[in-house]
Design a protein around this ligand. Structure first.
Ligand code: NAP
Ligand code: ZN
Ligand code: ZN
Length: 347
């Protein structure tokens, strides 16, 4: 076993603090990665505070990982020592069920092994994430990261990037489509850039007047204050697709009514409480309400390569690990433009 260090939450109500633990020795198909940067996702906050239920402690969060390969197993073909590598939200799956066979490992029918807070089949206990100095992962779940990408601003692509790229591709955001993005946070600012890059007409919905200029700079054609009923009413039945990234309870009905006939609203944000959905808002217009979970490994690689080719990255504020608890408080106040990334050299 390899001694590793990181930051962990010991209970849902304690601050994150230094923690030491063990990683497995790399097996034949494993790569060992020295972690350089890890993004701070709102899911890290939901999970460390047990807002969804089922959290296991101690918990080392973090699933937006960029680092350098320091060792490879004898059967590894995708990486060599010294390569840059990324790890996102998953580290394993069954690889044989129909969902895995389709490259949609996040929907593995026998249970995806998530990067943290999942049962660790190989080590026992539970998996530990990227707020740490190193990780050992099967090469099938490690991503190649182009040297064209800045490593710190590429880290959030591993969750915020793929979680928004995947539904925008699945629901065919592109030329001739009007796409709404709800919430301009870590996920939202990636969704906005992808939707614009894919050629859609993009409307950014926000509660923060202070983000209007940033939304326009990131590619929005229009910015709408989502709490203004008149502004929503003015866009009644005009959007093809909405991607909702909001992390807290909020009204869905007004947004659903902005969809045209057969339009879809895709939830990617996971507020801890269930939303109210008036059936009429779906029925009159044959509208759909859907959800989407991250994206498969093949599509994550496609997204990273797309970002390298089209110069798309996350807008980040880099922090030392010692500022992680303060960063969580600031995320909850929507006071970050637009993703915190931990510089793991400070650990
Ligand atoms: P974030 O950076 O905190 O962004 C959320 C944004 O939602 C905020 O910036 C804010 O945007 C808006 N918002 C917050 N509270 C609101 C409220 N009460 N009413 C209306 N809008 C509000 O969070 P994130 O990291 O992007 O994550 C967003 C959500 O996605 C979280 O619930 C997270 O767990 C979930 N998530 C899901 C997946 C998946 O696979 N489905 C993957 C990753 C994360 P404005 O200031 O513009 O209003
Ligand atoms: Zn995430
Ligand atoms: Zn499977």
């Amino acid at each position: 076993m390899i001694s590793a260090k990181g930051y962990a939450a010991q209970t849902p109500t304690t601050s994150l603090a230094p923690f030491t633990f063990e990683r497995r020795d790399p097996g034949p198909r494993d790569v060992a990665i020295q972690i350089k940067y890890c993004g701070v996702c709102h899911s890290d906050i939901h999970l460390t505070r047990n807002e969804w239920g089922g959290s296991g402690f101690p918990m080392v969060p973090g699933h937006e990982i960029i680092g350098r390969v320091t060792a490879v197993g004898s059967n590894v073909t995708k990486f060599k020592t010294g390569d840059r590598a990324g790890v996102g939200c998953m580290v394993d799956s069954c690889r044989t069920c129909p969902n895995c066979a389709d490259g949609e490992e996040q929907y593995c029918s026998t249970g995806t092994t998530f990067t943290y807070n999942s049962p660790d089949i190989k080590n026992g206990g539970q998996t530990y994430g990227g707020y740490s100095n190193m990780i050992v992962v099967d090469e099938a779940f490690a991503l190649r990261v182009s040297p064209k990408l800045d490593p710190a601003s590429a880290a959030p692509l591993l969750c915020a990037g793929i979680t928004t790229y995947s539904p925008l591709r699945h629901w065919n955001a592109g030329p001739g489509k009007t796409v709404g993005i709800v919430g301009l946070g870590g996920l939202g600012h990636m969704a906005l850039q992808f939707a614009r890059s894919f050629g859609a007409h993009v409307i950014q919905f926000t509660t923060s007047p202070s983000k209007k200029a940033d939304a326009l700079r990131l590619g929005a054609h229009e910015v709408v204050m989502v709490n203004d009923p008149n502004a929503l009413a003015a866009r009644k039945s005009s959007l093809d697709l909405i991607v909702d990234t909001v992390s807290a309870p909020h009204d869905l009905a007004g947004l659903l009514l902005t969809l045209r006939r057969d339009g879809s609203m895709v939830l990617v944000g996971v507020p801890p409480e269930a939303p109210q959905v008036p059936p009429g808002a779906l029925i009159f217009g044959r509208r759909s309400l859907a959800g989407s979970l991250i994206g498969g490994i093949r599509e994550t690689q496609e997204m990273l390569d797309y970002c390298a080719e089209h110069a798309i990255a996350s807008q980040i504020e880099t922090i030392p690990i010692q500022k992680i608890n303060e960063a969580y408080d600031r995320v909850l106040k929507s006071d970050v433009k637009f993703r915190f990334v931990i510089d793991m050299a400070t650990l």
